[in-house]
Design a binder for this molecule. Structure first.
Ligand SMILES: Cc1cc2nc3c(=O)[nH]c(=O)nc-3n(C[C@H](O)[C@H](O)[C@H](O)COP(=O)(O)OP(=O)(O)OC[C@H]3O[C@@H](n4cnc5c(N)ncnc54)[C@H](O)[C@@H]3O)c2cc1C
Length: 449
């Protein structure tokens, strides 16, 4: 998941049961097998943990002065808040399993099931359709779908059920599939605002099977995209995201503590300048060992070429927000007049633990795709318009901006180097953790004596 991400409607419901495992240090002898992990974001931390638990000697090198990469915290208005990721997809149970094995199982929490709203280009703000998946309606003629699309476009979407299940089933992107089956309006008015806010991408550039697993197969089986949406939602039967009481950054603190406990050498403020099979260069210094690259920018396109995600966080004192007038937040349709933000998360409405901690004040996270002069005032005005309540300058108790440059996917990894993290797995903690675990386990198998 990505920027300020209101929980989409498909993310509602109770949390899945979570199982976890205690870390077992495997007694395999990898004597002399040294792994060097470059980058201390979640991808690098998870890989380093798996390798050291598997019995390897591990050095982790991090350019900045802290671990966690994009999962970190900041102080705003006297509150310690997540400065990046604030939830994780429970898909595959990967992050929950990790959190549980780190001792955080009891602190896994579900978001307020109320769901988010849509700020339309024209017309009033409306709750996102309840029976939908990434904006694809499961019941195209439902009143909440007609409220967004109008009857004509909703009826066009409804007619897709008459098409054979194989029609457009080879579509590569989410946008292509939905456009061909349900029409342009569904893509532009429902899917696009959601995936821009949730995946920081456009429908026509998002891989269908990655962002909507199960939909293609469900459509072939049931003969309809709408029915596939309903089927996937039923199978999921619960919230698609979860959080950690206190903040997602606690996962990083717990991972760092484990690495220390298991003897991983962690070098902060150390920038790797080049990597090759079996060696890592830090300026003139050479380290040898198996190289695990867990950062964008070293192997592929420079990170400066990635897209920018700007997060503006406001802590405000406005009792009218106690009623959560826009549920857990607002997704903004592209072209909505006067609004620069792409999405707003009403974090204190989304996370009950945060509301408790904020003691009557409110935390609002707004995401932007570019750096803007005067962002504090822009964010305040956007929040006021999106939430429909006055937020005079005097109500703002704290403000902060965090900028993240996000990497492009890396298609090719040189021989003899392992690549983990977002460049290999795609965005989102569920994907990053799963891929890092798998890649590190592969490595342990490859090097098993
Ligand atoms: C604003 C924002 C909100 C997000 N919200 C969510 C969310 O709610 N849910 C979710 O699941 N996901 C979310 N994500 C995505 C998620 O945070 C990332 O996919 C994930 O944290 C990426 O982890 P990583 O380890 O691959 O990379 P990074 O976190 O980018 O870590 C890479 C690390 O490598 C270090 N490094 C870079 N160059 C070098 C070098 N030369 N030498 C040594 N070290 C180096 C960096 O300093 C950094 O610490 C969000 C991302 C952003 C930006």
């Amino acid at each position: 998941m990505t920027d300020a991400t209101p929980t989409p409607p498909e993310d509602r419901g109770p949390e899945e049961p979570v199982t976890g495992d205690e870390p077992d240090v495997v007694e395999t002898s990898y004597e002399g097998t040294h792994a060097i992990v470059v980058g201390g974001g979640v991808g690098g931390l998870v890989a380093a943990r798996r390798l050291v638990l598997g019995g390897m000697t591990v050095t982790l090198i991090e350019a900045s002065d802290h671990l966690g990469g994009t999962v970190t915290s900041h102080e705003v208005g006297g509150l310690t808040l997540d400065a990046g990721a604030e939830s994780f997809a429970i898909r595959g149970n990967t992050v929950a399993t990790l959190a549980t094995s780190l001792g955080l199982g009891a602190d896994i929490v579900e978001p307020n099931p109320e769901g988010a709203w849509l700020h339309q280009v024209a017309g009033p703000a409306v709750p996102l359709p309840k029976l939908s998946l990434l904006g694809i309606p499961g019941s195209p003629l439902a009143a909440d779908v007609i409220a967004v699309l109008g009857f004509g476009a909703a009826f066009r979407a409804f007619l897709e059920a008459l098409l054979p299940g194989t029609f457009a089933a080879k579509s590569v992107t989410l946008g292509e599939l939905v456009r061909r089956r349900m029409g342009n309006a569904v893509v532009e008015k429902l899917v696009a605002p959601i995936v821009r806010g949730v995946h920081s991408g456009e429908p026509d550039s998002l891989d269908l099977d990655r962002v909507a697993p199960g939909v293609r197969a469900g459509m072939r089986r049931t003969g309809s995209l709408a029915r596939a949406v309903l089927e996937v939602r039923t199978a999921r039967a619960g919230s698609a995201v979860a959080g950690i009481r206190g903040g997602i950054y606690r996962i990083v603190d717990a991972l760092a503590a484990e690495l220390e406990r298991f003897g991983v050498e962690v070098r902060l403020n150390t920038t790797v300048t080049a990597v090759d099979e079996g060696r890592v260069m830090i300026g003139d210094e050479e380290l040898t060992g198996h190289v695990v690259v867990a950062t964008p920018g070293i192997l592929g396109a420079p990170i400066a070429a990635g897209h920018l995600a700007v997060l503006a966080t406001l802590v405000v004192d406005q009792p009218l927000l106690d009623a959560a007038p826009r549920g857990t937040g607002v997704l903004v349709a592209a072209g909505a007049p006067g609004i620069r933000a792409r999405a707003l998360t009403h974090a204190t409405a989304k996370w009950p633990w945060l509301a408790e901690r904020a003691a009557g004040t409110h935390v609002l996270r707004l995401s932007y795709a570019e750096r803007l002069d005067g962002l504090e005032e822009i964010a305040r005005a956007d929040a006021e318009a999106l939430l429909g309540v006055p937020l005079p300058a005097g109500s703002v108790l704290g403000f902060d901006i965090v900028e993240w440059r996000r990497p492009e996917r890396q298609e090719h990894t040189p021989n003899g180097i392992s690549l983990v993290g977002e460049t290999a797995s795609g965005t989102g903690l569920a994907a990053v953790v799963a891929q890092a675990e798998t890649r590190a386990s592969d490595l342990l198998r490859d090097f098993a004596p």
